[in-house]
Design a protein around this ligand. Sequence first.
Ligand SMILES: [Zn+2]
Length: 344
Amino acid sequence: MSLKEELTALKEEALKKISEISSSESLERIRVEFLGKKGKLKNILKTLGKLEPEQRKEIGKLANSIKEFIEEKLKEKEKQLKEKTLQEKLEKERLDITLPSFWHDIGASHPVMSTLVEISEIFLSMGFSIEEGPEVEYEEYNFDMLNIPKDHPARDMQDTFFLNNGMLLRTHTSPVQIRTMLKNKPPIAIIAPGRVYRKDADPTHSPMFHQIEGLMVDKDITFKDLKGILKIFLENIFGKDIPIRFRPSYFPFTEPSAEVDIGCTVCGGKGCRVCKETGWLEILGCGMVDPNVFEAVGIDPDEYSGFAFGLGIERIAMLRYQITDIRILFENNMRFNQQFKGIR
Ligand SMILES: [Zn+2]
């Protein structure tokens, strides 16, 4: 085989091998095999020196063009491979934006908290401010100063958690009223939301629950003011057409006292199990601050008057969301809690 034929064969061999290349590693291997220092082209040209100058020139030219040709083909192949790799990478790493994400769901506001916030906002809009107090309370603030003497049956009725140090877990948020009146002089308009504790546990009672109380003290505050404020509050929570009635009642810390009922939200007043066939639901207790309470905190009952009211947050939440067992509010069951996502 002449050198010319050898070179032509080499060119064809290289072309074939390049077309079969499928990775950048074999690309490099082929480059070395044909164009390397010990490669096939160099090998063929070893005998170039033995040729006549004229022939040498011709073969040299041919060898050069073959070398350039192979380099060109390798470059083309390299470009193809790069494109192919990129394409494969894009395919493999393609993001499917329609897949559900792995992130956890956004939390939901607990019905007790969202109800508490909503009630608070209604009173804040009427000029009340929020006061807070400790959950571990003095007996004096929880009972004595609220006109509940040591031997008063109300104190037994409360079923209190007493602590070893003589203090207690507050049975209502009323001690916040005492603390506020000791601290501030009238005019006073506050609400006191918070946790309270009683030895009580059944489907409608929990040993820990939330109350919100209100207190307004100023000159010439009357029962009419109390009725007006509570009417606005109840209509905001239960709707403009909700029937409201005041029933005479008794609390040691208010005189006169009343319980407030609303028309049953379940049966619309016809009578059902929830309203015990009465058509009415007891919703809160209220009254005019007893003069004895004013005297205990150093406010002159001849100069000032005021009203107070209190209600259970859980009761309102249960009525709003038609929850029949209070205990489910405290079980931290995600399936229950998630239902309130987006509701407030
Ligand atoms: Zn009913």
